[in-house]
Design a binder for this molecule. Structure first.
Ligand code: MTE
Length: 327
């Protein structure tokens, strides 16, 4: 990848023990891409059965969204699967770790700092964010780089509502998302792996696209902690890792930020991370996916679609760009 910013090799900037943990994390991702083992699947089923149902959490209904593309024509993944098979590395490497450990993380009080190149920087209390715009329900497919996907009814509103409020300056080009680091409640932080906090980024026009969702709930209830409570991003046309969970700060910038995954493995993870079956990951194909909760390990895979099926809505953002180069 030709990056727009200087990029030392990860080994040059990282202490050896953290570098070793990072390799383990990347191997774990590769194992996910190779397909979950039967043992993992069985453990997931047991955890799904033990995970509290959505109706144990506060209700957060939304009106069906009218944003074009906000409703995929697909059956939602069962809640038990969507809340027990997660990536949230701050809680550990295993898919079950977030459901096991995230419940202890306090999510109230919670604030989100909005800063950088904006007319109106400030600290938003969660309660004020919840009131900023009517809650919409959107059925989005989330495609993970590991080769699986889920279809989830999210409750939230377009991130653009918040960005419009804080008024980005003319020089603003990118938005960075910074997520929670709570050493007391996040056992994964002790293992290294990524350069915490987990950060992600979007170009400003991507962040302003109506499909980019600031999500507070799923399945009509507030988010369970393992899915990124109390507030997360969902960018449905990009690989799941762009959808930063448990966001604590949003920074509007002029320069492209270096995201946690780009820092960890710049040759494997790019800034754009648009779902694209024609651009393989360095170590595996991205042409098909297994839909979690539909038919188990032996169900036929579905073909992955360009921009995860949202090409009509977002293709224009990348007109003229070489998607193999800007992956
Ligand atoms: N956000 C944080 N803070 N930490 C993470 O490890 N994992 C990402 C993304 N957001 C992650 C994160 C990855 S790799 C994926 S696939 C999605 O969250 C998974 O979201 P889900 O658990 O709701 O399916």
């Amino acid at each position: 990848m030709t990056s727009w910013f200087p990029q030392p090799a990860a080994s040059e900037i990282t202490p050896p023990q953290v570098f070793a943990q990072r390799r383990r994390l990347l191997q774990q991702m590769a194992a996910g891409a190779a397909g979950a083992s039967l043992a993992t699947w069985a453990a997931r089923d047991a955890l799904a059965a033990a995970t509290p149902a959505a109706d144990k959490l506060a209700a957060l209904p939304g009106v069906p969204s009218k944003v074009p593309g906000a409703q995929v024509q697909a059956t939602p993944t069962p809640y038990a699967d969507a809340s027990s098979y997660n990536n949230f590395y701050e809680f550990g490497y295993d898919k079950q770790d977030p459901a096991r450990y995230a419940g202890a993380m306090p999510t109230r009080p919670w604030t989100v700092r909005v800063e950088g190149l904006v007319q109106k920087p400030g600290v938003w209390a969660l309660e004020d964010l919840l009131k900023l715009s009517p809650m919409e329900e959107r059925l989005y497919r989330l495609r993970c780089v590991e080769g699986w996907s889920m279809v989830i009814p999210w409750e939230g509103y377009s991130l653009s509502r918040l960005l419009e409020r804080v008024q980005p300056l003319g020089s603003a080009k990118f938005v960075e998302f910074v997520t929670q680091t709570d050493a007391q409640h996040m056992p994964g932080l002790r293992h290294g792996g990524l350069d915490w906090p987990y950060t992600e980024g979007l170009r400003l026009d991507e962040a302003m696209h109506p499909l980019t969702l600031l999500a507070f709930g799923m399945y009509g209830h507030v988010l369970p902690n393992q899915n990124g409570a109390p507030v997360r991003l969902v960018v449905p046309w990009k690989y799941g890792f762009k959808s930063a969970k448990s966001v604590v700060a949003i920074r509007v910038l002029e320069q492209m930020p270096t995201t946690a995954w780009v820092k960890a493995a710049p040759h494997e993870y790019g800034f754009y991370a648009n779902v694209n079956p024609n651009v393989p990951h360095r170590r595996w194909s991205q042409a098909s996916e297994r839909t979690i909760g539909q038919g188990g390990l032996f169900a036929p895979k579905r073909k992955t679609e360009l921009f995860n099926g949202y090409a009509e809505q977002v293709g224009q953002l990348y007109a003229g760009m070489d998607l193999k180069r800007y992956y």
